[in-house]
Design a binder for this molecule. Sequence first.
Ligand code: KG4
Ligand code: ZN
Length: 337
Amino acid sequence: MSDFYTLAIESSCDETSAAILNHKKVIALVTATQSVHEQYGGVVPELASRAHQSHIIPVLDKTLKDAGLKLDQLNLLCVTEGPGLMGSLHVGVALMKSVAMTQKLPLIGVNHMHGHVLAHCIEGQYASEIEFPFLCLTVSGGHTQIVYVESPTDLRILAQTKDDAAGEAIDKAAKLFGLPYPGGPWVDKHAQQGDDLKFKFSVPRLDDGQYSFSGLKTSLLYFLQAQVKENLQFIQENLPSLCASFQKTTMDYLLKNFFNWADKMQVKHVAIAGGVSANSYLRKTFLTLGDKKKLKTFVPKFDYCTDNAAMIGITGYFQFQRGYEARNIVPQPRMKF
Ligand code: KG4
Ligand code: ZN
């Protein structure tokens, strides 16, 4: 098989990432994170687009260098078209449009959430490849979705959140615990030393098979307010167990609904994706529950959990193979599947 090089760019939120794939194999991946947002407790859109502007060319240069390629050796270009922050998306799209024009290459616009799901199809990650159809739990800072994946280009959302995303709920809990932004990795870290059964938080019933996180967040807030009234040091004294208990509640709730859907859809292969799938409790519990149900479980490499351009490259590659036409790409902040 002759080489086929895809260059992809992801800049939908606060990571500037570029990747080069040869068919389905990643040969270079460079991701620059933006620490500027930490002091504000959340991503500041204007600062994010400025940081993308300064990172994007060095990131692209390093990716080409790592792959040992020049722009004129590429076959296909892919870029995240949405969903995401307008100014952030625009930086990646504008760059790739100009590369497409100068190099006369096809440019595919990719849905970021589609990318998280197809990260599992990147070659060389697993002993045996994931098979279609599979069910994917995609959990990130902005989305919580259970996706039925019939083929690389045929995806159906079965369940999602009616309010906050799971990552957003964890980040907000972390803020209440006094932890830095983004809080997910910090909650994970402190939880390692805690007792996950020490505190109980309530989650909504799953009758309609959809998620909701706003009640969980509010119950945590009221619980902490009541405890701190009695003991000003309550959070500091109980931080590991607060993190462990909140993490267990959130992840068990995510997984219970997911495996209900897996039973209903009778899939054999199941996967997790998105930034929250970097969580150690979620990864471990997902594998245990999946094994118990005799399902084949797929947990992505850390580099492919959080936002990265490799997942955009593999998705655009599949779309191009299935005849998607290159067209004028416009950033779509609220893009749906
Ligand atoms: O997919 P992602 O990188 O960006 C979005 O598309 O939103 O996901 C970011 C989310 C944040 O909420 C972050 O706190 C969470 O993923 N996250 C984690 C962990 N690592 C990242 N949450 C829990 N445990 C982790 N280890
Ligand atoms: Zn993401």
